[in-house]
Design a protein around this ligand. Sequence first.
Ligand SMILES: NC(=O)C1=CN([C@@H]2O[C@H](COP(=O)(O)OP(=O)(O)OC[C@H]3O[C@@H](n4cnc5c(N)ncnc54)[C@H](OP(=O)(O)O)[C@@H]3O)[C@@H](O)[C@H]2O)C=CC1
Ligand SMILES: C[C@H]1O[C@H](OP(=O)(O)OP(=O)(O)OC[C@H]2O[C@@H](n3cnc4c(=O)[nH]c(N)nc43)[C@H](O)[C@@H]2O)[C@@H](O)[C@@H](O)C1=O
Length: 314
Amino acid sequence: MDRNARIYVAGHRGLVGSAIVRKLTAEGYGNLLLRTSGELDLRDQAAVAAFFAAEQPDYVFLAAAKVGGIVANNTYPAEFIYDNLMIEANVIHSSYRTGVSKLLFLGSTCIYPKMASQPIREEYLLTGPLEPTNEAYAIAKIAGISLCRSYNRQYGTRFIAAMPTNLYGPNDNFDLEKSHVLPALIRKFHEAKIAGAPTVTVWGTGAPLREFIHVDDVADAALYLMRHHEGNDIVNIGSGEEISIRDLALLVKIVVGFEGELVFDASKPDGTPRKLSDVSRLHSLGWRHRIGLEDGVRETYEWFVGQGFPAETM
Ligand SMILES: NC(=O)C1=CN([C@@H]2O[C@H](COP(=O)(O)OP(=O)(O)OC[C@H]3O[C@@H](n4cnc5c(N)ncnc54)[C@H](OP(=O)(O)O)[C@@H]3O)[C@@H](O)[C@H]2O)C=CC1
Ligand SMILES: C[C@H]1O[C@H](OP(=O)(O)OP(=O)(O)OC[C@H]2O[C@@H](n3cnc4c(=O)[nH]c(N)nc43)[C@H](O)[C@@H]2O)[C@@H](O)[C@@H](O)C1=O
């Protein structure tokens, strides 16, 4: 990617988008095209077409999406499928129409079958039923993969797709109802410590296993794939390491310094029992993650505390 290339980072204020902007800026890319959802609603086909015609990006990092944790996905399936289908269809189609040189689409490891054998290889896609709590979002993301592959086949575009596992880091969503598990636990343990509360409630049984990767690693992988990966093969972006939700909660408890007890709320869904991605394709392309989970959680907690309170602003 030429340092003067016109690079559009869709979703630049989000967890992944902001990390990609940090990395591009640090590496001297000064021609970034950035629009908030208020400035450019990517569900609006005409507005997206006008933006692409006017700005003519050379590269597109598609990190804009309707994103949320297990309860958000389970509660708002129509929003998750509609927003994500519209965003990806509009951005990918306009990228084709205006001759974007290369686009990276971000899906998620939740696209794989609920009971896929572990670790999950990219070829397990569409080999079994999906996890019901996030099926709408997963189908939208699978459609995004097909958009990339179909445009590549019919129009000769260079639209690549990567599937990150659960990610976390600075600038995450810390809303207690809509966020993912790691930011929710960081906030819950911190608020309980400040308040001197006796317990922290963890959703589900604590038994499910999840894989986590720091968002700065994901941004690094995104640039690496934009530079080095071609073709229709999707690529998992993960650490290849998993941890139970119970052990994750105990890790956050120690990092935050909370002295109380854990309470498990089994009325909340566990979701898929395991979701460990096979990262051998990513490794064979020459990239590995660098940030370990404990270091990453400590760094994220320090960032979180630095943001200040009151909590309702998070
Ligand atoms: N977080 C995770 O654990 C995982 C995320 N992913 C994927 O990574 C990508 C980024 O996720 P993440 O950074 O966590 O998400 P965030 O929710 O942090 O950011 C999403 C961004 O998308 C933008 N956006 C949402 N709707 C619209 C819209 N209608 N028009 C324009 N922009 C919109 C928002 O812009 P604004 O701020 O301006 O409103 C926001 O900045 C997504 O594709 C997601 O599927 C994959 C696996 C795990
Ligand atoms: C990235 C991925 O993220 C989602 O899938 P998920 O990994 O199941 O999501 P999650 O992080 O919300 O939960 C992981 C586990 O953690 C448990 N859990 C405990 N306590 C809290 C808690 O306080 N909040 C949350 N959210 N979960 C909690 C929770 O019960 C579950 O067992 C989908 O968006 C999917 O589409 C997707 O792409």
